[in-house]
Structures are given as structure tokens and as C-alpha cells.
Design a protein around this ligand. Sequence first.
Ligand SMILES: [Zn+2]
Length: 256
Amino acid sequence: MWIDTHTHLDDPQFDSRRDAIVSRAMQAGVDAMLAVGTTAGSSQTCVELARRFPAVYAAVGIQPNYTEQAEPDDWECIVRLAVEDRVVAVGETGLDRHWDYSSWTVQQDYFDRHIRLAQRHDLPLIIHMRDCEAETVAMLESASGRHGLRGVMHSFTGSAATARHCIELGLHLSFAGMLTYKKSEALRAIACQIPSERLLLETDCPYLSPHPHRGRRPNEPAWIVHTASCLAEVRGVELGTLADQTSENARRLFRI
Ligand SMILES: [Zn+2]
């Protein structure tokens, strides 16, 4: 019924309860989840989780905030993992100007490598963008001129103009728990405007618990239902219709 397109199921917060969390997700109607890597080690763990749980698929990549500490071997590891069984996307990649963990040139270099890797294997990208919308869109735009580009702007919180630009580039937009927060009116207005065939849902767990669990950790895939209900309400569609549409979108994009 639902597909959680962005989880960090490898997070140590889940170590003592991962099996329970995956079963709770399935009971809540989450048929599939993507375990998204943030470092070489985390990507390796995500691939292992995808082999262990039939409902879990993996994405491999180095998240922009971890690029500064990445060793050359780490990138080689991502390149090797990208062709493994049950790996359905490249990411999490992108750019981040909010935190100052990685220098800008290193972030851009890694984003470019991830884009090229995804294009080489015709895999979708999972893109993180924080406080640098123009720069992110510019890199994606030049990449799309070079080769076909598929992917998702994960946990989208950008402007209406950026949303439109990403849609024009052929990308999907995914919404997480932030959509349910009281102050997110502008984001909800944007979520109303996205063509239904480009919409995805995610929890980004263990972070960003949706209302009414806001502030509680860890967030978990079963709670995707709260974000979904909010999205269905603002778009004025039945929950079942939204479930069918977003699951179909996820299956088509990630080929699962
Ligand atoms: Zn993430």
C-alpha cells in the first residue's frame, strides 16, 4: 500500500529493535522501504539489510555532510556497491549549505561523481538539498543536458520555483514529516501543485517524526501514514488513491 522511499534503517538507534520496526511497518501497510546510505560503511549495511529483509531495498552513496571525511577507498566501495543486487538508487547525495561539515568544492565534486555514477548505470538519484537551491538545480540542469537524469528531491522543503524547476528536469519530489508541522503552510501549498505522477512519500526515519509523534525518536516507517494523511487532505484525494499513485511512482522510479 505505501512505499517509504527514504529511511536510515542502518542507524544504530534501530539496532535493538530493527526486526520489530520492519514488521510494524508491514502491518501498517508499508510494502517496501528504501534503506539509504550516508557513508561507505552505512551503504554496505543498507545492502546487507536489503538482503535480509524482502521488503527492504538499498541506495548507496555518501551524504554531502560526510564527503569531507571520505577516503578514496570509500568512493571505490560505493562504485562497487552500485551494481549489487537489490541496490535500486544512488544516494544519498546532493549539497548542503546549512551545516559546515564539508567544504563546498568537496561537496560539489562528490555530487558530480554520484550523478555520473547514476547516469552510467541508469539508476535514479536520491538528492539532498539544504540552503542551496540555485546551486543544486544548476548542477542537475547541466547533468541533464549531458545524459538522461532520473531521481527524487528527498524531503523536499524548497521554494515553489525550485519545485517547478525540478519537475521540468523530470525529477520526483518526496515529502516527509515536516509537511505535517503546523508552520509548514507554504510547503503544503507547494505539495498541492506537484503533478500526481511525480509525488513520493518518505519518513527519513529515525529523524523528522510526523505530527502527532513530533519530537519522538526514533521515527519509523509505520508512521508514514501520518504524512500520507496530511498530503491526501491538502490535495483533496482519498487516502487509497494517494497510496496507489505514490506506490506506482516509487515502483516505476526505482524499478521494484
Ligand atoms: Zn536521509
